[in-house]
Design a protein around this ligand. Structure first.
Ligand SMILES: [Cu+2]
Length: 158
């Protein structure tokens, strides 16, 4: 009997130690540095930047981003490519794969979330929600603050 109880305790302990990493696993996407660049009121498009860290032991693929229709018609994943001397944006339809314990940086001039069909522009100080959907991982909803972007060097040409 005692030996049976001990075995049960051992089994339960084993189960918990096996289950906890799975629970951590399900929350292992860490999203930081989130902001949207403020636009002028009639702007049709806007951009969101963020860092997406994958704490899993497997690769995770970001496949789509959802935005409330109060904010914009659609959110797309874009990348920026050089076409000769011209920077062009391209939709990343295949999704963004982030390796085990890897990070995807969405930054000006690179990957970004493109908001298409903004309803009223993005005003500094406001915020809105985006939902990131993944392959083999539950969706993650984030709050995006709208900020003025003063860091771009592109405005220093004279
Ligand atoms: Cu874009």
């Amino acid at each position: 009997m005692t030996s049976f109880t001990l075995r049960v305790v051992a089994l339960v302990t084993l189960l918990f130690s096996a289950v906890s990493p799975v629970l951590a696993h399900s929350q292992g996407m860490h999203i930081s540095n989130v902001y949207a660049r403020a636009t002028f009121p009639m702007a049709a498009t806007g951009a969101v930047y963020l860092s997406l860290m994958n704490h899993h032991n497997e690769a995770v693929t970001l496949v789509a981003i959802e935005v409330d229709s109060d904010v914009a018609q659609e959110a797309q994943i874009h990348t920026t490519v050089m076409d000769g001397d011209v920077m062009r944006m391209r939709e990343v339809v295949e999704g963004v794969k982030i390796g085990p314990h890897g990070t995807a940086q969405f930054t000006p001039g690179g990957l970004h979330v493109m908001l298409m069909g903004l309803t009223k522009g993005l005003n500094e100080g406001e915020s809105f929600e985006l939902t990131l959907t993944f392959e083999s991982h539950e969706p993650v909803t984030i709050t995006v603050p709208v900020k003025k972007d003063n860091q771009g060097n592109t405005h220093h040409h004279h």
